[in-house]
Ligand binder design. Structure first.
Ligand code: FES
Ligand SMILES: [Fe+2]
Length: 410
């Protein structure tokens, strides 16, 4: 049972504009609170529709402690379920991808249709009543070939995200993608440190020398001036070509299309495309991100996605996936080495940075420190959003506890 009064006290000690009090990165009780207040309630990016192409294709993953599955039904609809059997609770489909006409639990072979309804329950007694037994559904939404799920009974509104991100994302043609690379590493850092790190490029000039070969480093005031000029020029070029490129923001998302460094056409070690078969001509770098857990980058030749899903208070599963055009052939149009080297390098550098951050935060010497309002504005935005979720959940739980105790007294 989470002590909400204690969470409230810690929360009230937070200084706006500063990193969080230590317990928010180190305390098992806060971790449990986060799973309920944040991960059970926010929209989570799980992949691209291309990973679930035909009837029976599925993608199985885990959000917090909940295994989930997104499956394509016979009529083409994507459906989401808890990947937990209604017999005695075993995980039904192994984590990863697969394709099955019926979902069969490997424990005692109860089976489920692709719409989640119960199909078979071998050797159950005659009086067993299957009514009301089906896979428990979760919410699924798609936008321009990308897939999101939410575990909440009442998810945050999705329409603004769809309406604003779809036009920006559509020119990247992710509907034509195929997944060619996926890696998961367990980072020894709290999920918020992983996301704070992913949300700022204050560390990029020194921390990611390879990334800044084709991305503007934004380390100095001069870099910033150059970047602003490049953005203006890029926006007019994209507008003339009919490609949306402005920035859109919501409570829990940001998306925008922006320029690569001068002379570069993709985000690669040398700025040249790493895949010969392109999705589109060079229309810059489309980046979209979702609090609580995802960053994604679409370039003319590939798309890379990043997600940070909590496993434990100081353990986060970092998964990155790389997609190319469905007609691109390995060995002909690209090699896995050249396609993956930049993001492997960058994500391992980020893993090391987040773990280094966690080690320092664990020490007695840690006190919340100030974010740069300019260079770490997205990290600050993420932390502010997190605090808003914490505050809202504390309020709703306190209200619920109050009405329960009133009804017990009555
Ligand atoms: S737990 Fe799934 S069939 Fe028994
Ligand atoms: Fe980084």
């Amino acid at each position: 049972m989470i002590d909400l009064r204690r969470v409230r006290e810690l929360f009230d000690a937070r200084l706006p504009g500063y990193s969080l009090p230590q317990e928010f990165y180190t305390d098992p009780e806060i971790f449990e609170f986060d799973l309920e207040a944040v991960h059970a309630r926010s929209w989570i990016f799980v992949g691209l529709e291309a990973e679930i192409p035909s009837a029976g294709s599925y993608l199985a993953t885990t959000i917090g402690r909940s295994p989930i599955i997104v499956v394509r039904d016979r009529d083409g609809t994507l459906r989401g379920f808890y990947n937990t059997c209604r017999h005695r609770g075993a995980q039904i489909c192994e984590t990863g991808h697969g394709c099955k006409p019926v979902l069969v639990c490997p424990y005692h072979q109860w089976s489920y249709r692709l719409d989640g309804s119960l199909q078979g329950t071998p050797r159950m007694h005659e009086s067993f009543d299957p009514a009301g037994i089906h896979l428990l559904p979760i919410h699924v939404e798609t936008v321009a070939g990308t897939v999101y799920v939410c575990l909440a009974d009442e998810p945050p509104p999705f329409e603004k995200f769809r309406n604003e991100v779809e036009p920006l994302l559509a020119p990247s043609r992710l509907i034509d993608a195929k997944l060619v690379y996926e890696k998961t590493v367990v980072e020894r850092a709290n999920w918020k440190l992983a996301m704070e790190n992913a949300s700022e490029c204050y560390h990029c000039a020194v921390g990611h020398p390879s990334l800044t070969a084709s991305a503007y480093p934004l380390a100095t005031r001069r870099d910033l001036d150059r970047w602003n000029m490049a953005c203006d020029e890029f926006t007019s070029r994209m507008t003339a070509a009919g490609v949306p490129s402005g920035q859109v923001d919501g409570d829990w998302f940001t998306a925008f299309r922006f320029p690569l460094k001068e002379g570069c056409v993709s985000l690669t070690m040398d700025g040249k495309p790493s895949v010969r078969k392109l999705f589109t001509e060079n229309i810059g770098w489309m980046r979209w991100s979702l609090h609580s857990s995802a960053y994604a980058h679409a370039l003319c030749d590939y798309t890379a996605t990043f997600s940070a899903i909590p496993i434990g208070v100081q353990e986060t599963a970092i998964t990155w996936k790389i997609y190319v055009h469905k007609d691109a052939q390995e060995g002909v149009d690209y090699t896995l080495d050249s396609l993956t080297s930049l993001w492997d390098k960058t994500n391992f550098e980020d893993r090391d940075l987040a773990e280094m951050n966690q080690r320092g935060v664990n020490g007695k010497g840690y006190l919340p420190g100030p974010y740069s309002q300019e260079a770490e504005s997205y990290a600050l935005n993420f932390v502010d959003w997190y605090c808003a979720q914490v505050g809202a959940h504390l309020d709703s739980q306190t209200k619920k506890a109050g009405s329960t105790s009133r009804s017990v007294m009555a």
